[in-house]
Design a protein around this ligand. Structure first.
Ligand code: HSE
Length: 423
């Protein structure tokens, strides 16, 4: 078989990792030849010498080059040059391999149609959870299953931050700076910490598993910005870890999808996940529950996923973009946001005055929300003390109503933090 001729757009961390694989002595080096590369900065130091590879200042020129079979898009960004280059490549009948979750969650359906019209493929294993082959697992290994639930930690930066905060008691802002210095968080870490990055990944997995098209805007999103050391300390005391959980589940043909900080029982494998790793649990019929753990970012793991897609194209494996188990689940509805029935963790910040706990218990009781446990640490500042409670199972909307009612009292400061408790 003839090697694939590839053009690589974007030579950052992942592009550098891919060059090492393509130009090294491993399996990929037998299956691809690099026609050209394009990136923002030609002279930036790279792990391999690229001086003998054709350089293109304009990514779209390379995207439609006659001597290219596959465009590997590693530039990132939902719109702009990456999107433009992918459109150009598809129209020029080039296959596309991309790690761009933001672009696929925003434009996946349109790109799928364009790929179909031009008889080419789009592959995106590297877009979800870096080196973990979760797209392949859903699309191929579990293709004939009914997927019940997907639950995972899909953003390494936020997991690193929560893990460090729990270990050291340091505040969010300080640990975020460490994550940036270590090269884990992006220079602009907004999407890592506000749940957007994990939401993009969940949208792609839901497309494969449930509804056939990414619906990012319908995901309930909450990031980790409001989690404080007191939450991590209280969770540990109660026997839980705090994790940014991306989850999706199908109940009565209604799909609920959310990314939000949650308390996870220590017995759950997700609670044990330290540092920048990713983990995903998939519950399906008839296979049962499968657990995937590995590096969700970085040169080697993400390039490994890009390379796997190239190998599939080398062997001419053909599949529709978002086809997987979802083929059996058309016409599902999206569940309304905040429709969870669960136990919850709530942290109030209050002025330390007599009767505050009575107001909380009275208000929750009137809304039929039963308290399971309540904690107050000795106050360090009498004008702002944390009261933490956990509830029995209740409807989140009812809990929110009760908490809104409490905000009318002067002792209650700011917006309480609510996190679901997962078993
Ligand atoms: N920045 C992401 C993370 C990896 O921290 O997991 C790429 O999506």
């Amino acid at each position: 078989m003839k090697p694939l001729k590839i053009g690589i757009l974007g030579l950052g961390t992942v592009g550098g990792g891919l060059l090492e694989m393509a130009l090294g002595n491993g399996p990929l080096s037998k299956m691809v030849e690099i026609t050209g590369v394009s990136a923002r900065n030609k002279n930036r130091p790279r792990p391999v010498d690229i001086s003998k590879i054709a350089w293109f200042d304009d990514p779209s020129e390379l995207a439609k080059h006659e001597n290219v079979d596959v465009i590997v898009e590693l530039m990132g960004g939902a719109d702009g040059p990456a999107y433009h280059a992918v459109i150009t490549a598809l129209k020029a009948k080039k296959n596309v391999v991309t790690a761009n979750k933001a672009m696929l969650s925003a434009h996946g359906v349109e790109l799928a149609k364009l790929a179909d019209e031009n008889g080419v493929q789009i592959r995106y294993e590297a877009a979800v959870a870096g080196g973990i082959p979760i797209v392949k697992a859903l699309r191929e290994g579990m293709a004939a299953n009914n997927i019940k639930n997907i639950m995972g930690v899909m953003n390494g930066t936020s997991n690193y931050i929560l893990t460090e905060m729990a270990k050291t008691g340091r505040p969010f802002g300080d640990v975020l700076k460490d994550a940036q210095a270590l090269g884990l968080a992006e220079a602009d870490p907004t999407l890592d910490i506000n749940g957007g990055d994990a939401g993009h990944k969940l949208a792609l997995l839901c497309a494969l598993a449930f509804n056939g098209e990414p619906k990012f805007e319908e995901i309930e999103l909450e990031g980790i910005e409001r989690v404080e050391p007191v939450d991590l300390e209280s969770a540990t005391f109660l026997g839980f870890a705090v994790k940014l959980i991306a989850s999706a589940g199908l109940n009565d043909n209604k799909l609920s999808q959310s990314v939000r900080p949650s308390l996870v029982a220590l017995a759950n494998p997700l609670a044990q996940l330290d540092g920048a790793l990713n983990a995903i649990l998939v519950e399906a019929e008839p296979v049962g529950t499968l657990t995937f753990i590995g590096s969700g970012a970085g040169a080697g793991p993400t390039a490994s996923a890009v390379a796997a897609d190239l190998v599939d194209l080398f062997y001419n494996d053909v599949r529709p973009l978002f086809a997987g188990p979802c083929i059996t689940n058309s016409n599902i509805e999206i569940a309304p946001k905040k429709s969870l029935n669960a136990k919850f963790y709530v942290r109030f910040n209050v002025a330390d005055k007599p009767g505050v706990i009575a107001k909380i218990s009275d208000t929750l009781a009137r809304h039929q929300v039963s308290i399971e446990s309540i904690l107050q640490k000795p106050p360090t500042k009498p004008d702002n003390v944390a009261i933490v409670l956990t509830t029995q199972k209740c409807d989140e909307l009812i809990l929110i109503d009760a908490i809104d009612e409490l905000s009318k009292y002067d002792e209650f400061i700011g917006k309480p933090l609510i996190m679901p408790i997962l078993n």
